[in-house]
Design a protein around this ligand. Structure first.
Ligand code: BGC
Length: 422
């Protein structure tokens, strides 16, 4: 067959193909993902999602907005949504999913969720958060635990400090570390980090029921009660063990201080483990993870999820559906969560592939779920609206930044700031 005849065959075969298939080859579909996974460990985790979507033949458009806790990412998302140009998927969590759903901007993932049996894969509590008006509009990728304390055992040994299980022991360990010339508590002075410590203290001092009354029910008596005054007092005392130059420091820089042996401990959710993993450190050997003192039996959860926006282009919709499907597949759940430090959100996973901290997290999650121990994280968007959360952040950060602030005044400010934001 000569060249002209060959071309003629190709052209006539092409005319037999449906137009959509030709278009599909020309434009494989793009999925733009807005997220705030930008630290070394987080970037490794998100890379696994990108690789899978690309392997399925789609284009990944990365929209990473730096800033732990996600406040900066949320600002970018709002601006884009207002101008009618939202991304295909965005890291939106907890009650905020309902607010975006109510705006009518999210797409229903009925086809993917039914075809992949999400209702039977996910814990009911998690499924509820992902649904708006009875339809999945977001896909969860993991379960983070917030109430952890990260410890460098070599530093503890040098200082003669003992791993704490109570708040008194926490202060005793901090004193030893300080006396030995270490920074006792690595911390970054950013509102969400301050409130991460604050909520751990609240869980420890108020217990899970009191925590629920304060941050889910926003019960005034609990918010202004003697125990909440105690939470602020203890926060003020903890502040004296943090580096005074902490203002604005990112959480992963604080984590690095513990990893490098400059500091002894960090109070942070288990995304902190992603930094230890990325540094090649082994859980249980090079570092220890223990429940934040006094919160044993409780599990403050923080579920990362990607909410999906309505799109017009058919190929982009295919790419979006692929992302939603991939996010809950066992292979992805394993490698993403090994890198991210979190628990798989699927309940049928083989946990032997995870390290000692994640295995402990999995056991503690099940234990906490039997009673009142499972509580939504306030500092990580799971308990309240972002407006109420912002009001709490302001009060807590202003308090921590003023060493002479009065705890009894702080609880009054807390309650009135929440009232105004509700
Ligand atoms: C997110 C995590 C993230 C952390 C630090 C949390 O709110 O849920 O995925 O690693 O912030 O940025």
């Amino acid at each position: 067959m000569n060249a002209i005849n060959r071309l003629a065959v190709v052209v006539s075969l092409a005319s037999l193909l449906p137009l959509s298939a030709i278009a599909e080859n020309a434009n494989p579909g793009t999925v733009e993902v807005l997220h705030w996974w930008t630290s070394g460990g987080e970037a490794k985790a998100v890379e696994t999602l990108k690789a899978q979507v690309q392997e399925d033949g789609f284009i990944w458009k990365d929209n990473a907005v730096a800033g732990g806790g996600g406040a900066a990412a949320m600002t970018v998302l709002k601006t884009r949504a207002i101008s009618g140009n939202p991304p295909a998927a965005a890291q939106i969590k907890g009650p905020d999913i309902q607010e975006w759903g109510a705006l009518g901007l999210l797409t229903e993932l009925d086809y993917v969720s039914k075809a992949n049996h999400w209702d039977s894969l996910l814990p009911q509590k998690v499924a509820q958060i992902m649904k708006y008006d009875g339809h999945y509009v977001a896909v969860p990728v993991n379960i983070h635990r917030v109430n952890w304390l990260w410890i460098n055992p070599q530093v503890f040994d040098k200082a003669g400090a003992k791993v704490p299980t109570t708040l008194d022991e926490l202060f005793a360990a901090a004193d030893k570390l300080k006396a030995a010339g270490f920074i006792p508590l690595a911390h970054g002075g950013q509102p969400w980090q301050d409130s991460t410590v604050f909520e751990d203290l609240a869980l420890s001092i108020l217990g899970p029921k009191g925590y629920h009354a304060a941050f889910v029910e926003l019960d005034e008596q609990t918010l202004t009660g003697a125990q909440m005054v105690e939470v602020f007092k203890t926060l003020q005392r903890l502040g004296t063990y943090m580096d005074p130059n902490r203002a604005g420091r990112d959480w992963n820089i604080a984590a690095a201080e513990v990893i490098n042996g400059k500091a002894g401990m960090q109070i942070m959710g288990d995304w902190a483990k992603s930094e230890w993993t990325a540094a090649g450190k082994v859980a249980g050997k090079d570092y220890q993870c223990v429940a934040f003192p006094g919160t044993q039996g409780s599990f403050a959860y923080n579920i990362d999820s990607l909410a999906m926006f309505k799109l017009k282009d058919e190929n982009d919709i295919k790419a979006q559906n692929d992302l939603a499907k991939v996010a809950l597949e066992p292979e992805f759940q394993t490698v993403f969560n090994q890198n991210k430090g979190s628990l798989p959100v699927r309940q049928d996973m083989d946990m032997s592939q995870f390290d000692a901290c994640t295995q402990k997290s999995s056991e503690d999650f099940k234990e906490a779920a039997k009673g009142d121990g499972l509580q939504p994280s306030m500092a990580h968007n799971m308990a309240t609206s972002l407006a109420v959360q912002g009001a709490i952040f302001d009060v807590v950060t202003n308090f921590l930044n003023d060493p002479s602030a009065d705890p009894a005044t702080a609880v009054k400010q807390l309650s009135s700031a929440i009232k105004a934001a509700k």
